[in-house]
Design a protein around this ligand. Structure first.
Ligand SMILES: *Cc1c(COP(=O)(O)O)cnc(C)c1O
Length: 371
């Protein structure tokens, strides 16, 4: 059997190809009106006052940490069950990530554990909408207001998700979406910051372009900045993908429904849970959990040998080598660590066919009976 089913695959049509070619033909590749157009469309989509396009989700998170003045000696409460960038952005500015454990059902940070971690040094909460599942922002904002904390929502995996009438990324002080090719929509590399805060938006605009004043000249630099700009080429791709996002979300929901149907009732396999008050789930990945005595690593090896790409999303951030050097250790976050030993992301993309999904499901069942 020579099959190969990838974990993720972007959905690119002639329209995206033409949009990018048009930029190439224009002769102006980096700064141009397509970037503003992309930002305008993100503003409209989210209803936020500002959208600042950047060259990655990580850049967006980093700019927000700086814009809110978070630095040495400050603490930021976040989750360890995430992609490493959501905590690295805190380390970039020499602040300390303070990890709270996760809810074993949604895998989002457990809101009831936040308060006990708040100290006089706590500056912000940085929740992550993991795998596309929006966190309970109402509860987080209530705590943040009481303690005067900033909330930066890492919605890099959740563009379009909606909980209790609020889009992921729009309930906190600022949010970030990311557009790497495995995300729901892509700009190849890219991200965007959304906020209602005029001052923060202006700071981010300045810092993404070498600290230039937004209305200033090219070689005048008001503050320390970076080159975190999104190029016109990437923005052109983003404009088309954003337009198609509702279709992507619909398709991904169908693929998730089919997995639920095909994998229902397999002993020891826990399928992803969606909280009841989630109105739109914009699925990023489809992650299943194998309960002991099932062995996730052996199941993963078996599936890989059958041409089914799968990945252990996510190894805990606090157990990565350079985090251990900072003093984090095994045992700090028992639920995160247990869940992370058992979870596996299965192939998941818009055009995954029923036949491919049936093959994956059959092989998962075989793996479960063998491992
Ligand atoms: C994808 C992602 C990011 C940003 O990643 P980039 O590759 O920098 O765009 C940040 N946080 C989370 C949770 C992500 O999944």
């Amino acid at each position: 059997m020579e099959r190969k089913i990838p974990l993720a695959r972007p959905d690119i049509t002639e329209e995206e190809i033409e949009a990018v070619v048009e930029v190439l033909r224009s002769g102006v590749l980096s700064i141009g009106p397509r970037v503003q157009e992309f930002e305008e469309r993100i503003k409209k989509f989210t209803g936020r006052r500002h959208a600042v396009a950047v060259n990655s989700g990580t850049s967006g998170l980093h700019l927000l940490i700086r814009a809110y003045g978070i630095g040495e000696g400050d603490e930021v409460i976040t989750t360890s069950f995430s992609f490493v960038a959501s905590a690295n952005c805190i380390l970039f500015e020499r602040a300390r990530p303070v990890f709270v454990d996760i809810d074993p059902s949604t895998y989002n940070l457990d809101v009831s554990l936040i308060e006990e971690k708040i100290t006089p040094r706590t500056k912000a909460i940085l929740p992550v909408d993991v795998f596309g599942h929006p966190v309970d922002m109402e509860a987080i904002m209530e705590i943040a207001r009481r303690y005067g904390l900033v909330v930066i929502e890492d919605s890099c995996e959740a563009i379009g998700s909606k909980r209790r009438g609020k889009l992921a990324g729009t309930a906190g002080d600022a949010g970030v979406y990311a557009f790497y090719p495995n995300k729901q929509m892509t700009t190849a590399e890219g991200g965007v910051i959304v906020t209602d805060d005029d001052r923060v938006a202006e700071l981010c605009r300045s810092m993404r372009s070498q600290g230039r004043a937004v209305t200033g000249t090219w070689l005048h630099h008001e503050r320390l900045g970076y080159n975190y700009r999104m190029s016109k080429l990437h923005a052109a791709l983003g404009v088309v993908q954003l337009k198609r996002l509702p279709e992507f979300i619909r398709r991904r929901q169908e693929v998730a429904n089919r997995y639920r149907e095909l994998l229902a009732g397999v002993e020891g396999v826990v399928l992803p849970a969606v909280a009841e008050d989630v109105e739109v789930m914009s699925w990023f990945v489809y992650v299943v959990r194998f309960l002991p005595p099932l062995n996730r690593d052996r199941i993963m090896e078996y599936l890989l040998s059958r041409g089914i790409e799968c990945k252990p999303y996510f190894p805990p951030i606090h157990l990565q080598p350079f985090y251990r050097e900072l003093g984090y250790r095994e045992g700090d976050l028992p639920v995160t660590e247990e869940v992370a030993r058992q979870t596996l992301a299965l192939p998941f993309y818009n055009h995954l066919t029923r036949e491919e999904q049936e093959y994956v499901a059959e092989e998962v069942k075989k793996a479960v009976s063998l491992c």
